[in-house]
Design a protein. Sequence first.
Length: 243
Amino acid sequence: YAVPVFYFLFKRIIPLREFGVYFLMGMLFISQAIVGWLMVASGLVDRPSVSHLGLTTHLLLALTLLGIAYWSALGHRYGFHEAKARWSMPYTLAVISFIALVIQIAYGGMTAGLKAGHVSDTWPLMFGRLIPPNLLNSWIDLLENPLTIVFIHRWFAWMCLLLIVTVFYVARKNGFPADLQKGLTWLLVIVSLQIVLGILTVLSYVHILIALTHQANAIILYVLTIFFIHRLRALNERHVLNP
């Protein structure tokens, strides 16, 4: 990784002001390797499994690396943003949607690590109830209890959908460029598909192909959200969007 980075810096293909970003990505590569090694090593001590928190940390590091790399690629493709661009309402909503998506993916990682998808194979009810018993006996349940974690992962998805719908509505109301509106329509379709895949994963008792499709679609959703944040940031800089 370091050799091509320094080569492109020397050739001025990568602007010197962007060196910090590439250095950060290098550190993330190293961190990802260390966390992965610790995660696997921990699963060889007492039981042949890994910590769900370690797995989720590994996942989030990978997503951070992917996000920074993709944002940098968009900068090379469309131009780098100014640091002092305004925070318009559409841009703010898109960033909030992105944060919500990352939280949802994190709970997906914990769900996978704890095999919490096997807790209940019914939807929308769990054990015959919309809100199952013993859901939150203590705050640690938010990170340790499979029932609590899968419940949050099931229903927080609808918050993500609501946020995307809100961004879509604002786009239509404010007359965004046609290509951006079309792209947001596809984003809405993909987040809806993600929810459907999640429900099918539950009903199929975590069928491996459906679960993998659910995970892959989450990555597509993550990347698309970054793309639209980048586009909205560019519109902010041109003062196209209302504050």
